[in-house]
Design a protein around this ligand. Structure first.
Ligand code: PLP
Length: 228
C-alpha cells in the first residue's frame, strides 16, 4: 500500500475507534512519526493532507526540515532530549512531547526565540515504574507542571507516555488509564491541559479507549523503519 492509502486507512481506523469508545468525532489527532523514514514518504503524506510530523533524532530532523522548506509542516520533537541539544529543539520545532525534567524545561524556555510563539510542550510521564525508562515519576508530575506553567516561553499542553510493550489489549489499557487519571487530576486543580499524547502503531486502540487526544504513529503509516 502507498503512504496515501495507509494514511486514509489509518484515519478511518482512528475515526472508528472514536465512535466505538464514545469519543467525540475528531477528538483524536494523528502525529505522523517519520523517524528513520525518507523525505519522499513525508512529502507523500503531506500531499495527502498530513501536516504534523514527529521526529526523535535531532540531526536527522534538521536535515529533513532543511529539505522540506516549501511544506508548512508542524514539527514535533518526541525523542529523548540531551541538554546540549535543547537550543536547536527550541528554535526549530512547534512542539516537544518529551520534557522530562526541570532542567530541560528551563533551557527550552530560555532558548525559545522571542519572534516565535511559545513552544508547545508535553511532560513525559513514566507510568510503568520501570527505573530504566525515561519520563517523570508520577509523584513529580504536579511540581514539574507547575514549574512549566511559570515559564512564559513554554505552553504546557499536556502529558505523554511510552508504556512498556504489551500485546494484551486489556493490559495495554492500564498505563493509559493511569496517565488519563493524572491528566484529569491536574485539570481539576485548574491547569488547562488539552493534550494526552499516547498510543503508537500497536496500541493506539487502547489509548483511544482511555482518552488519548494525539496518537503518534510510524510503522502503521510508513511501514518498517530502516537506517537512513
Ligand atoms: C517511534 C516512536 C513512535 C511510533 O512508533 P510506531 O510503533 O512505529 O508507531 C511513537 N512515539 C515515540 C516516542 C516513538 O519513539
Amino acid at each position: 500500500m502507498s503512504v496515501k492509502e495507509n494514511l486514509f486507512a489509518l484515519k478511518k481506523r482512528i475515526n472508528d475507534f472514536e465512535k466505538k469508545y464514545n469519543r467525540h468525532s475528531q477528538s483524536v489527532s494523528l502525529l505522523a512519526v517519520s523517524k528513520l523514514h525518507p523525505i519522499e514518504k513525508i512529502k507523500e503524506a503531506y500531499e495527502a493532507g498530513q501536516e504534523a510530523f514527529g521526529e526523535n533524532y535531532l540531526q536527522e530532523a534538521l536535515s529533513k526540515q532543511a529539505a522540506l522548506t516549501n511544506e508548512a509542516i508542524e514539527w514535533h520533537f518526541i525523542g529523548h532530549i540531551q541538554s546540549n541539544k535543547t537550543r536547536k529543539i527550541a528554535e526549530d520545532f512547534a512542539w516537544v512531547h518529551s520534557v522530562d525534567s526541570i532542567k530541560i524545561a528551563k533551557r527550552l524556555h530560555e532558548q525559545r526565540p522571542l519572534d516565535l510563539p511559545p513552544l508547545n510542550i508535553c511532560i513525559e510521564v513514566n507510568v510503568s515504574d520501570e527505573p530504566a525508562k525515561s519520563g517523570v515519576d508520577l509523584k513529580n508530575v504536579l511540581s514539574i507542571a507547575e514549574y512549566c506553567l511559570s515559564l512564559q516561553r513554554l505552553r504546557l499542553r499536556g502529558l505523554m507516555t511510552i508504556p512498556a510493550q504489551e500485546n494484551d489489549f486489556e493490559k495495554q489499557r492500564i498505563p493509559f488509564r493511569m496517565l488519563f487519571e493524572v491528566f484529569q487530576s491536574l485539570r481539576e486543580k485548574g491547569i488547562a491541559l488539552d493534550t494526552l499524547s499516547m498510543g503508537m502503531s500497536e496500541d493506539f486502540e487502547a489509548a483511544i479507549a482511555e482518552g488519548s487526544t494525539m496518537v503518534r504513529i510510524g510503522t502503521a503509516l510508513f511501514g518498517e523503519r530502516h537506517q537512513l
